[in-house]
Design a protein around this ligand. Structure first.
Ligand SMILES: CC(C)(COP(=O)(O)OP(=O)(O)OC[C@H]1O[C@@H](n2cnc3c(N)ncnc32)[C@H](O)[C@@H]1OP(=O)(O)O)[C@@H](O)C(=O)NCCC(=O)NCCS
Length: 150
């Protein structure tokens, strides 16, 4: 599979929203993504494209000297093929280009696939926010990847 990782544009949003809705119990809206890519200058969003199809995406916010990964998702039928790993690598590279070496994210306690992916990429668990997610009161696991761990 020939995979290209590039910046997300407005034209990608139909596909992004399809993947968002199949991936999350509380999906972000199209307006949120539109605002992220057109108005939030402290964000960076990318898509993974294979044979002209958007099959995944990711994004982050730059907050002072930290990067917060906001979303990452891969279309169901393309999971388990290394796309998620490529997307995280892209975020790490983009942060590094800006001189940012400390990255953080939140993940649902029960989201084993995502937790394993982040662990593989060098993130470690640093905290828990009990009952953080309003839809099912699941705990949020806070993970960090810091300079000395890279
Ligand atoms: C999490 C997600 C992005 C992973 O994407 P992916 O393309 O399937 O992941 P990859 O194929 O790159 O896998 C990379 C590593 O992640 C881990 N991993 C991925 N899927 C896994 C699963 N189902 N079970 C356990 N580990 C898994 C493995 O360590 C894997 O490395 P390996 O293949 O060498 O074992 C994908 O499952 C997804 O879109 N989930 C729904 C959205 C979501 O939960 N996003 C995260 C929100 S915090």
């Amino acid at each position: 599979m020939e995979l290209e990782i590039r910046r997300m544009t407005i034209e990608d949003l139909d596909s992004v929203i399809d993947i968002e809705e199949e991936s999350f119990s509380v999906p972000w809206s199209r307006d949120s993504y539109e605002s992220e890519i057109s108005r939030n200058i402290l964000s960076a969003y990318f898509v993974a494209e294979a044979d002209g199809r958007i099959i995944g995406y990711c994004g982050m916010w730059f907050i002072l000297d930290e990067a917060h990964i906001t979303n990452i998702a891969v279309q169901k039928s393309f999971r388990g093929k290394g796309v998620g790993k490529r997307l995280v690598e892209c975020l790490l590279e983009e942060a590094s280009k800006k001189g940012i070496v400390n990255l953080t994210l939140e993940v649902r306690d029960g989201n084993i696939a995502a937790r394993k992916l982040y662990e593989k990429m060098g993130f470690v668990v640093e905290g828990i926010r009990p009952g953080y997610y309003p839809d099912n009161h699941e705990d949020a696991i806070i993970m960090w990847k810091r300079e000395e761990e890279q």
